[in-house]
Design a protein around this ligand. Structure first.
Ligand code: RP5
Length: 165
C-alpha cells in the first residue's frame, strides 16, 4: 500500500504476532493501511518512548497495542501520545490472559486505553474499532466497514446443521 499507514499495530514480542495478525488481517480485509512493529515496554523501553512520542507526527491516527502478562505497553504508549490506543490482552500461558486483561483495562482516570477481549476476538475487534474511528472522516472506509458487516450478517445461517465429527 503506497499511502502512509494510518494504523500502527504494536506488540510486546514476536510471540504476540500469532494473535495480533488477526488485527492485521482484518485491516487488510478493509483495505486500511497499517504497520506492525515489535515494541516491548519492558525489554525495549527507549524504542517504546520514541515510537509513542513520534506516532502522531509519523502519520498514524490509531494505535493497536497487544501485550501479555504484565502488559504495560498499551498504557505506557497511551501516556505518551494523544492518539487513541486500543489494547489487546494476549492470552498468556500462566494465567490464560487474565493477567494481561487486568493489566490493560485497569487504567487510572486520565489516560484511557480502549480494552478489548482476550486473544483473537480482541485483535479482530480492535481492528474493527480502529476502522470505525477512521470511518468518521473517510467515506471509503465507512462504506467498506458497512459492507464487511453486511457480509458477516449474510453468513449467519437461519438453522443449525450437524457438523462432521
Ligand atoms: C510480554 O510478555 C509480551 O507481550 C508477551 O505477550 C509476553 C511473553 O513474551 P515472550 O517471552 O514470548 O517474548 O511482554
Amino acid at each position: 500500500m503506497s499511502e502512509r499507514p494510518s494504523v500502527a499495530i504494536i506488540m510486546g514480542s514476536q510471540s504476540d504476532w500469532e494473535t495480533m495478525k488477526n488485527a492485521a488481517d482484518t485491516l487488510e480485509a478493509l483495505d486500511i493501511g497499517y504497520e506492525a512493529r515489535i515494541i516491548s515496554a519492558h525489554r525495549t523501553p527507549e524504542r517504546m518512548m520514541e515510537f509513542a512520542r513520534g506516532a502522531r507526527a509519523e502519520g498514524f491516527q490509531v494505535i493497536i497495542a497487544g501485550a501479555g502478562g504484565a502488559a504495560h505497553l498499551p498504557g505506557m504508549t497511551a501516556a505518551m501520545t494523544p492518539l487513541p490506543v486500543f489494547g489487546v490482552p494476549v492470552q498468556s500461558k500462566a494465567l490464560s490472559g487474565q493477567d494481561s486483561l487486568l493489566s490493560i483495562v485497569q487504567m487510572p482516570a486520565g489516560i484511557p486505553v480502549g480494552t478489548l477481549a482476550i486473544g483473537k476476538a480482541g485483535a479482530i475487534n480492535a481492528a474493527l474499532l480502529a476502522a470505525a474511528v477512521l470511518a468518521l472522516n473517510d467515506d471509503g472506509i465507512a462504506e467498506r466497514l458497512d459492507e464487511w458487516r453486511a457480509r458477516q450478517t449474510a453468513a449467519v445461517a437461519d438453522y443449525p446443521i450437524d457438523e462432521a465429527p
